[in-house]
Ligand binder design. Structure first.
Ligand SMILES: [Zn+2]
Length: 414
């Protein structure tokens, strides 16, 4: 009986020309001295691939890979890195497992809800492969600890979904000359690349500036197709293995773009930017900076508008109960409004304020109370209202999530 179905070797069909320039690189990691008999049995399907073989598998055994985050991308990445026999896996994660994670973060299960994600991920990794040495870093990655943590590893796999951490990871990798295997997911779209300033561009060469705050929604705000994590996470693991063992042409200098709706992968060439702030010829970033400020997690205007104009969910409840003359406006999107909403709130999505269209319909005789999911988008809209003369408008700190937690805990959060 044949086990599994073999795919045709692609070189016997044709090689698709790329518009990037593939580069072969020597193996990143020296081989371990030997594999045990148990390891030979376990990794036999790798060992019989000529390009991997005993030598490649020994290199994986000796490899130390750090995964930043054990969430959507970190889940498949850690599981496949473990199964592949990467000898040491580090996990940076300080969060706890939430029910809303389980739709895509398959390294955790129902019984793990409320547990530390790092501990849950470690259990799953050891369940897959007990020969892996797992090191947990249960702390938020910051400029103060990133160099110390990264210096213990050969390669960094990034599974974070915020810009501040990405720029932090990139700059630390450039300063330490570590390959940075990056992936990004949103709804049905994914991107991946390998940034390695010694051999090609870095993340800043591709994206010199973070997007304006509030312009690019996170997965928590915009959603993500769960299985997309596997599509992009598996590209990241493939690239990590190739770089560690020196197999094939890594995704250095190329950006892979995946569209799940069209089911298309395309790639674009990414050039090293000679003017790059961190890896260019005259770098201006020569040490780590304040990444939260660099990415302006909330814009200055929004911060200023929210000052003295932020109310708590409890305050809002008191106003509703007292029948105050207020107009509660939810600035999220329709589908979010359908999941959960604050009683009496009407929906006007943020975009309609930014375009200016929503302003003329606002009442002049009522106090405007804005809210969104957590208070970021509503602060941005608050800034628009304040500058349009609605000086007594306020927004709800913590948004509908805060409302549910404090006022209506029987309602769902997302
Ligand atoms: Zn660069």
């Amino acid at each position: 009986m044949k086990k599994g179905v073999a795919a045709l070797p692609t070189e016997q069909l044709f090689r698709i020309p790329t518009n990037g320039v593939p580069v072969s690189l020597p193996p990143l990691v020296e081989p371990a001295s030997e594999l045990t008999v148990d390891e030979v049995r376990r990794y036999s399907r790798h060992l019989i691939i000529p390009d991997v073989g005993m030598d490649g598998q020994k290199r994986l055994k000796n490899a130390k890979v750090l995964c930043v985050g054990a969430g959507g991308l970190g889940s498949p990445a850690l599981m496949y890195l473990a199964a592949a026999g990467v000898g040491t896996l580090g996990i940076v994660e300080f969060d706890e497992v939430d029910e809303s994670n389980l739709q895509r973060q398959i390294i955790h299960s129902q019984a793990d809800i409320g547990r530390s994600k790092a501990a849950s991920a470690k259990d799953s990794v050891l369940g897959i492969n007990p020969y892996v040495n797992v090191i947990l870093h249960e702390e938020r990655l910051e400029a103060e600890n990133v160099m110390d943590i990264f210096s213990q590893y050969d390669l960094i796999v990034d599974g974070t979904d915020n810009f501040a951490t990405r720029y932090l990871v990139n700059d630390a990798c450039v300063l330490l000359n570590k390959p940075y295997v990056w992936g990004s997911i949103y709804r049905f779209d994914g991107q991946a690349s390998v940034f390695w300033s010694e051999h090609g561009p870095c993340y800043r060469c591709l994206y010199p500036e973070p997007p304006p705050p509030g312009m690019v929604p996170s997965c928590a705000e915009g959603g993500v197709l769960g299985v997309l994590c596997a599509s992009i996470g598996s590209i990241q693991v493939t690239e990590a293995i190739k770089v560690l063992a020196g197999v094939g042409d890594p995704l250095v200098g190329r950006l892979m773009i995946y569209d799940a709706l069209e089911m298309q992968y395309r790639q674009v060439k990414v050039r090293k930017d000679p003017d790059c702030a961190v890896c260019g010829e005259n770098p201006t970033v020569t040490e780590l900076i304040d990444y939260e400020a660099f990415c302006g997690v909330v814009s200055d205007e929004a911060q200023e508008a929210a000052l003295g104009a932020t109310i708590t969910p409890k305050q809002l409840k008191e106003w509703i109960d007292a029948d105050e003359k207020i107009d509660i406006i939810d600035v999220r999107e329709q589908n979010e409004y359908e999941i959960v909403s604050i009683p009496g709130a009407r929906l006007i999505p943020k975009g309609e304020f930014l375009m200016g269209a929503a302003l003329q319909d606002l009442p002049q005789d009522k106090k405007i109370v804005l809210h969104c999911k957590t208070g970021v988008r509503s602060a941005e809209v608050l800034a628009v209202l304040k500058s349009a003369g609605f000086s007594d408008a306020v927004h709800v700190g913590g948004g509908v999530i805060g409302w549910v937690n404090q006022i209506e805990p029987e309602k769902p959060i997302y």
